[in-house]
Design a binder for this molecule. Structure first.
Ligand SMILES: C[S@@+](CC[C@H](N)C(=O)[O-])C[C@H]1O[C@@H](n2cnc3c(N)ncnc32)[C@H](O)[C@@H]1O
Length: 190
C-alpha cells in the first residue's frame, strides 16, 4: 500500500512495540484503515492529537501526500516529537507534516491550519478527550471526519465521550472493532 521507502520506516517504528514501553501506538491494521479513510474521504487538512513516535502519523502523512494534503500533529513530550520528526524525514514525508510540541489544548487554541480541518484523530489521554474536542471544534470544516482511538481498549473511560460525539449536530457515528477499536464520527454541518 505504501512505497518501499515509507513502508521500511513504518516497519522500523512498528518494531518499537517490542523495544520501548511508552510507544502506545495503534496496531498496524488500524494504521492501514486510517490511511484508507483519509484517502477515501480525500481529506487534505489533517490534525492528530497524540503523535508519540509517529507510527500513526506516518500512515496519515502517506495518505495526506496522496491527497495533496497536510498533517498537523501534537505531542506534549519533546523527546517523542524529535523521534517522530526523524522517522518522517527518513520516510520522505516531513514536508507534509508540521509537528508541534505542547499541550494539545494550548496548541490547538493557537493553530491556524491553511484549510479547515477535515480529518482529526484523537489519541492522547482519555480523560482529556472532551478538552481536545472543545479545542478542535472551531478548527473543523463543515464536513469533517473525527476518529477517536481506544473505544475497545478503554470502553468504560470513553463511553460518555462517545455518547457526546453521537449527539453533536450533524453527527453520525459508528464503532469500528479494528486494532484498539475506534469511534468513527462524520460531522456534516454543511
Ligand atoms: C497513545 S499515544 C499516541 C500514539 C500515536 N497516535 C500512534 O498511534 O502512533 C498518546 C500520546 O499523547 C501524548 N499526550 C498526552 N497528553 C497530551 C496532551 N495534553 N497534549 C499533547 N499530547 C499529549 C503522550 O505524550 C503520548 O505520546
Amino acid at each position: 500500500m505504501f512505497s518501499p521507502e515509507v513502508q521500511a520506516v513504518i516497519d522500523r517504528v512498528d518494531a518499537l512495540r517490542d523495544q520501548v514501553d511508552d510507544h502506545w501506538q495503534i496496531p498496524a491494521a488500524e494504521g492501514l484503515i486510517l490511511a484508507q479513510i483519509v484517502r477515501a474521504g480525500r481529506c487534505e487538512s489533517i490534525c492528530e492529537v497524540g503523535t508519540s513516535y509517529g507510527f500513526s502519523t506516518l500512515h496519515l502523512a502517506a495518505a495526506a501526500r496522496a491527497n495533496g494534503g497536510h498533517v498537523h500533529t501534537i505531542d506534549i513530550d519533546p523527546r517523542k516529537t524529535e523521534a517522530a520528526t526523524a522517522s518522517l524525514r527518513d520516510a520522505g514525508l516531513l514536508d507534509v507534516v508540521t509537528l508541534h510540541t505542547g499541550k494539545a489544548q494550548d496548541v490547538l487554541a493557537e493553530l491556524k491550519p491553511q484549510r479547515a480541518v477535515d480529518f482529526a484523530f484523537i489519541d492522547a489521554w482519555k480523560d482529556q478527550s472532551f478538552e481536545y474536542l472543545e479545542a478542535l471544534m472551531p478548527l473543523l470544516a463543515k464536513r469533517a471526519t473525527l476518529i477517536t482511538d481506544n473505544t475497545s481498549t478503554h470502553a468504560d473511560e470513553l463511553s460518555d465521550f462517545v455518547a457526546h460525539l453521537r449527539k453533536l449536530p450533524g453527527a453520525t457515528g459508528c464503532s469500528v472493532d479494528v486494532g484498539n477499536g475506534f469511534e468513527w464520527t462524520i460531522l456534516d454541518r454543511a
